[in-house]
Design a protein around this ligand. Sequence first.
Ligand code: SF4
Ligand code: SF4
Length: 484
Amino acid sequence: MPATTIVRPSRESVITIRADGSRSFLHPADVRGRFARARKIAAAALIVFYLALPWITINGHPAVFLDVAELRFHLFGLTFAAQDLWLVFFVITGLGFSLFFVTALFGRVWCGWACPHTVFLDHVFRRIERWIEGDAVRRRALRDAPLSAAKIARRVAKHGLYLFAAATITHLLLAYFVSLPEVWAMVRVEPARHWGAFVFMVVATGVLYFNFAWFREQLCIVICPYGRIQSALIDDHSLVIGYDAERGEPRGKNKAGAGDPALQRTVGDCIDCNRCVQVCSTGIDIRQGLQMECVGCTACIDACDEVMDRLARPRGLIRYDSQRALAGGRTRWIRPRTLLYFGLLLIGATVATWALSTVRPASLGVTRMIGAPYVIDATTVRNQFLVRLVNKRNTPARFTLTIMGAPAELRVVGFDGEVEVAAMGEVVHPLVLQQPRLSYIAPFHLVVTVRDSAGQYQLTRAVEFLGPEARLLREEEKERREKR
Ligand code: SF4
Ligand code: SF4
């Protein structure tokens, strides 16, 4: 592999792509400091959270379980059937507006602190790399060293551990879709018994391995859509990680005239040590201003604070601040953009709360049977429906059906007594409504109501009873009588 020579590109180019289009693979230096410590704690908590969710059981199901076999989605005790899919729209838009709001206020705080890609890359895969191959200097030396048994051994160990980590993440990811006991059962039998899941596991492990072993920061720079819309979401008042050029420039190694106030401003606080660039996980120089590639990882803050500590100068030459404040102005937290995003967030949260409150442990569907909308025989007008009951709980449930708003003469056939629906099961039952011909006057509306036997909830569906024009029925009846 050729040596990494980071040539400062123009602002329009990506720093990790060389002029000939080849990749410049980064080896960010290690960094210590308050933000590195805080991110480590946050990452550990998040990794435990991501990995623990399939193990936590609420109402008999994993806390987050997208049951693809049964087409059910279990989310912290709530169960959604395929019919509840419309709720996903509100959940996604709610999350989208929350992210807009947070980004307008705090920039890429999500990317730097909570995105699963950053968390696993910085705190699992880069850690493995550092453990096997050493710090950035050693890693570069190993990269440039000729092939040897020691080099091969380190590379095999590193990539073996990468594959193991990628496979572990994939299996836990699979548990979100088929449950942990099912994953465990699949692991213990040959792949031929579950080809679909096996192929998913192999492909997902390969993709994760490729991403975390090689692609890395390119995902944030080139692919992630959230990264691409940053410039539209933030403004001069959003919190970003920035360099205080007023304080740092002009750069220089020696603070000329130390002790002589007249000369002190000849050189700024930045000693041009390049430490902030060496630690950057996307290889950029934050001193050139805010750039799309900055994922807000805070490494440059810690690196520069360490330098300032050694020089006995105040910390914060690189810091969390708004671009307005870095330029000497004041940050405004309340502004049209944040108010708009907050308003949209509130609307989304209200609608999502309402939508979630409508979710019941069962669902009811009433559809008219295929064919003629009504049937007429010698004595009645008949409407035929199919009633579909889905039980979303993991215990059997019993239901009774009543028709509300029906004329006294209406006869209900096909749904007598209680109907039992198995745990997580579904029943499709015919429902026939008969109205005597002579009492039928015009189409009318009814409400099909289903109650669970425990009396905890009821489900309703409005339907319309259809029939011919009453005048035609009367004329037909008159003709029949005359024939007799
Ligand atoms: S780490 Fe600080 S002092 Fe060193 S180059 Fe970066 S901004 Fe300047
Ligand atoms: S500029 Fe700083 S915060 Fe941004 S990616 Fe580089 S090191 Fe992380």
